[in-house]
Design a protein around this ligand. Sequence first.
Ligand code: AMP
Length: 266
Amino acid sequence: MIPVVRTKKALARLVTRWRENRLSIGFVPTMGALHAGHAALVRRAAAENDRVLVSLFVNPLQFGPHEDYNRYPRALPADHRLAAAAGAAAVYAPSAEEMYPKGFHTHVEVEGLSDLYCGKYRPGHFRGVATVVLKLFNQVHPDRAYFGEKDWQQVRILEDMIRDLDVNVTLVRVGIVREKDGLALSSRNASLSPAERRAAPALRRALEAGRREAQRPHARARTIAAAVRRALSGTSLKAQYAAVWKGRLLAAATLGRTRLIDNLPI
Ligand code: AMP
């Protein structure tokens, strides 16, 4: 089985060995509870690099005080097997203390973008994401890092961070992996009740309604977003936002205690 490293020191030994052997490194940062969406990132990374490292870290910094940090699923043995099967060479699973020892107080803020859309509903979320991703980049020194388009705003924010801070990593975007009924795979889907799970594909269908509106001759961003909200209004999902942004139609909704996001190109 592939190794699991738990400390920065052990990770440094591993990646130094790879670098000395002139092996390129693909990096797939995750919060664990891996599914086929994560596997697609790992497989893509394995096809384009000599070695792939998958990190599993539920990052406390990106959760609000009333969010699901404690409830977030954790499944190291299964994640270890899935990462190996998809082509990873090692797994990095640091503790919160390893990443944020006492006295930690430096953060990365991608201004503006971080306050829109998901950022409005999750204050501090993208600051937590940008901070942990830059830390992981500095620990791993990857050639390429793989991120899913499911988190479209996250991808755009990290691209700006990489550009603005001259980070020497190529970000590779990977398309959204979905269930047969259209629901985007997410670790959080596991916390849906059976009834909520049956209702969840409505988010994707609402985005498709928005896309149909976008094809009408007089469509505006406003009417497209309204079409998404209208489609959600008859369902058990509660819309948070729907918006056209940088060639994408984005939406977020809550379903019971679970928050779902999705997006489509338009
Ligand atoms: P997470 O563990 O949810 O933080 O996600 C880790 C990475 O996997 C992020 O880059 C996500 O965008 C990506 N990802 C999560 N779900 C999917 C999916 N259904 N399709 C493609 N990528 C995904």
